[in-house]
Design a protein around this ligand. Sequence first.
Ligand SMILES: [Zn+2]
Length: 479
Amino acid sequence: MDNKFYITTPIYYVNDKPHIGHAYSSIVADVLARWRFGQGEDVVFSMGVDENAQKTVDAAAKRGEEIRAYTDRMAEIWQSTWEKLGLSYTDFIRTTEERHAAVVVDFWRRLEAAGDLYKEKYEGWYCRGHEAFLNEDELTPDGLCPEHKTKPDWVSEENYYFALSKYQQPLLDFYAAHEDFVAPANRFNEVKSFVERGLEDVSFSREKKAWGIPVPDDPEQVIYVWADALVNYITVVGGIEGWEQHPADIHVVGKDILRFHAVIWPAMLMSAGLPLPGQALASGFFTIDGVKISKTIGNVIDPLDLTARYGNDALRYFLLREIPFGEDGDFSEAKMRDRYNADLANGLGNFAARVLALAEKEESVAELSDPAFQLEMDRMRQLAFLRTKEFKFNEALAAIWAAISFGDRYMNNEAVWAIQDGEDRRENLGNLIALLGAVAEVLLPYLPDSSRKISAAIRREDGATRASRIEPLFPRVTA
Ligand SMILES: [Zn+2]
């Protein structure tokens, strides 16, 4: 096969505001992108925004902004957030781009040619927030949408439907043949039992909307989110042909949109006669201090507020270390500050500062000579590799931190700073510098800024290893 690795984040609704949950999924994708890049792969890492929703039109109108000006402004907020967080994405797609509309039309025609699209009249309770019909039994006793707390409209319209029900068995067969298609495994089981219960056809268009991509040859209809937003993954690789050559290896998604990526999307691809993605990784939900994130409660945390105080690496470290991937997590700034001070300021930061400051005083340090160090470094590299591969990011970090503790203990036991014998001191520091260098190398996908600063402080010159001190990586933070 080729040497390419293609990973995507969800494309987020442009009218949301980037919060910690979005940052988390995106950081996970970034770690995997950097990790595979480090293995010499040619990485395509795509992010983007979904702009074609009717919600977007409503949001612009509410603010009295012209729709295009509004989406331009919002898309800029999203992109600059990822830029400031230092994410290594290679493409940022907006679904209002021309390159996308062309691919959506190609894709639609394939579903049509497969005989999987048909028109039908539908009547029901339509929630504008959901942009979907809700069943009577989904409404609250007062007839409101349970999520948006608004009264849905009674709407009667003709839509195109996608014959999803046809794909129940093909999907189940596919799942059986690809046992790691969804991770974590418990989420995959939920997907399987959902499909086993039977699938209903889904509405793929909306009637008479002025915003969005029109259905080919039927301009009264606009293509609904599935055949629009999901198709962005094909647009990013240049269209149908690019996807045929190399479909996405990993879609990182939140658990709320897992069904779309693990059920509707593969069924659409089967219908279109296209290869399926490798894996969908589902992250859990976040609460803030134990409370669900909600605009109404006003507990939405802007990730940039956190990185302004703690730095990008600290946010990455906290999110990846604190929450086992796939599980729901709780964010609290107090917890983040505790981990920051304990693991980063006192842990990695302090270890790097001590070793580099002592090594700087030497003309050069000796080469790695202690087999115990070699063993520790091998253990760390192996574990970090395996755990990253299994998406157990917290355990990969724990393995790296075990090596940092090993170095710290050694330094204290040997009282390296007080060794009088010059050769002995050079040797001890040589082992510590080798360990620190290995830590920096393994940390590159996780904490890229700190990793680079440490690596840059250790130099090979004229066959000798020299080191220089660095500014504190993680200055202590008080409440
Ligand atoms: Zn709703």
